[in-house]
Design a protein. Structure first.
Length: 518
């Protein structure tokens, strides 16, 4: 009664096994209010139980979905690892230019050395930033010794070379330059040493304008054979349509073209335009030297002729003329001098017989003096030897180049096969996947942002203070929000390793529409 209540022990008369329940009764309340208080407590307890069961079921459902997603992701990762074969350029920094050229850069001095020694071929371009310690960049031509690299690809490669240099962290713009493959050499000047990853550039450097510090992260997808063929057919159809759209009216109407040409010929009869192939003969060429003059030791190391001007037609003609004059001059003078001496001798010894003349000559000749006839014969022999040497030198200057060795021909064949394999590999990668495509795996690409214009998944990267791993994770989260299920699974599989972040420059800032949206 101290608390104004008492406790009643109530038991179930129909259930002897259940122990009795102690029920406190408030003596200040009526029986109905005591009962109402217990009914309210029962109702609130029932609601709590209901909410607890609902939250538990939701948690269990979320855990099951997460487990299912994790299992699916693990399955995709295992499937990708089984089906994916690393491409040769993935061990370097790389991207595919807007015009379809593979551009590769080294990560360190050893990779720079490997790039130039193994992968720089005839027709390729070497690009380097005008900054000390920058990466070596090469542009792989589509075919060995193929056509010149387009300016847009050169600009993108120069931008890559600058962004992978100290200029990125410093936040300053820098220029880059390019040279052809034959200008790059590992042969150091006499008395000097080239460390690993350093090269000698022979000749003129072609400088590019300063590049912007803007890179991008994009995603390429590997397609199966059937999907690749379908994409190739779509590209061929688009190219055919573009050719029809860009065809000029004159080309579509050959009669009008011929009539206009005839009218122009009647109006300007004296002007004839001859468009043909200009063939340079073997002995009609000019060698233009660019860059600093090389020493004799450097020329021997490069297996170049000591004096390149000896290959010009003008020089050969002048040299031959000088040789003819030099050969003709002494012999004519010698003959005139001999004739004059013989004439004077005849006048002096006209009264003597031949035996007397020989005896007189032998008596007048000093001891040890060589006969003049022997001197003349020795001079003739020397002149003949000199003429023979000069003739051999001229033959060496104009002789055709030696045939290629068998190992060089084999290397060219290997390069052609590698180019064909590389072209087929690039055709199986797409930046615009369709919903019906069968995709095998995703490939991250870090490239100049202008080269990612046709990519479905891309973000812009500029110098900043962010870490590469965190930036990559944010970009992948953005990509998975604008995706199909298969594409999202392949993109998420990139988080299993550092393939997406290892090619990013240090200290980055990413930007894209709705990057931080939920």
């Amino acid at each position: 009664f101290e608390n104004n209540e008492f406790i009643i022990s109530l038991s179930d008369p129909y259930d002897n096994e259940t122990p009795p329940i102690l029920v406190p009764i408030d003596i200040s309340l009526t029986a109905s209010k005591n009962a109402q208080r217990y009914f309210v407590d029962k109702k609130s307890a029932a609601e709590k139980v209901k909410k607890t069961v609902a939250s538990s079921e939701k948690a269990i459902k979320n855990a099951q979905e997460k487990a299912k997603s994790t299992l699916e992701q693990v399955r995709v990762v295992v499937e990708v690892k089984k089906s994916r074969k690393a491409m040769w350029f993935e061990k370097f920094r790389w991207f595919v230019s807007s015009e379809g050229y593979v551009v590769v850069a080294g990560r360190d001095a050893q990779q720079n050395e490997l790039l130039v020694k193994k992968y720089l071929r005839n027709g390729d371009i070497y690009v380097h930033a005008d900054v000390r310690g920058a990466s070596s960049v090469i542009i792989r031509n589509k075919t060995v010794g193929g056509a010149d690299i387009p300016p847009k690809t050169l600009t993108e490669a120069a931008q890559m070379a600058v962004c992978y240099s100290n200029a990125w962290e410093a936040g300053v713009t820098a220029a880059a330059w390019w040279v052809r493959h034959e200008q790059v050499s590992r042969t150091a000047p006499t008395g000097e040493y080239l460390p690993s990853g350093s090269f000698m550039i022979r000749g003129k450097k072609n400088f590019m304008p300063p590049s912007q510090m803007v890179m991008g992260l994009g995603i390429l997808f590997k397609m199966d054979d059937e999907t690749t063929e379908r994409h190739l057919e779509i590209e061929k159809a688009k190219k055919a349509e573009n050719q029809l759209d860009t065809a000029s009216p004159e080309a579509e109407n050959p009669v009008a073209t011929r009539e206009s040409a005839e009218a122009a010929e009647e109006e300007f009869p004296d002007i004839q335009v001859n468009i043909g192939r200009t063939c340079v003969k073997d002995d009609e060429f000019t060698l233009i030297e660019v860059g600093p003059k090389l020493t004799l030791a450097q020329q021997k190391q490069q297996k170049l002729p000591v004096n390149p001007k000896e290959h010009t037609k003008k020089y050969l003609e002048e040299r031959m003329k000088e040789e003819l004059e030099a050969n003709a001059g002494p012999s004519a003078r010698t003959q005139k001098r001999r004739q004059r001496k013989e004439k004077l001798a005849k006048m002096k010894y006209k009264d003597q017989t031949d035996d007397d003349l020989e005896l007189h000559k032998s008596l007048l000749k000093p001891q040890g003096q060589v006969d003049k006839t022997e001197n003349v014969e020795a001079e003739k022999r020397q002149e003949k030897e000199k003429e023979k040497e000069k003739t051999e030198n001229r033959e060496e200057c104009v002789k055709p180049p030696p045939k290629k060795a068998e190992h060089e021909e084999e290397e060219e064949e290997d390069d052609k096969e590698a180019s064909a394999e590389e072209a087929g590999l690039l055709s199986s990668l797409t930046a615009q996947p369709l919903d019906l495509d069968t995709l095998l795996f995703a490939v991250p690409v870090v490239a100049p942002y202008s080269a990612l214009a046709g990519y479905k998944y891309r973000v812009k990267i500029t110098p900043g203070i962010g870490k590469r791993g965190k930036a990559t994770k944010s970009a992948i989260e953005l990509f998975t929000r604008q995706k199909t299920d298969r594409q999202a699974a392949l993109i998420k599989s990139l988080l299993s390793d550092d393939s997406a972040s290892r090619n990013l420059p240090t200290k980055v800032r990413i930007s894209a529409p709705q990057l931080h949206a939920k």
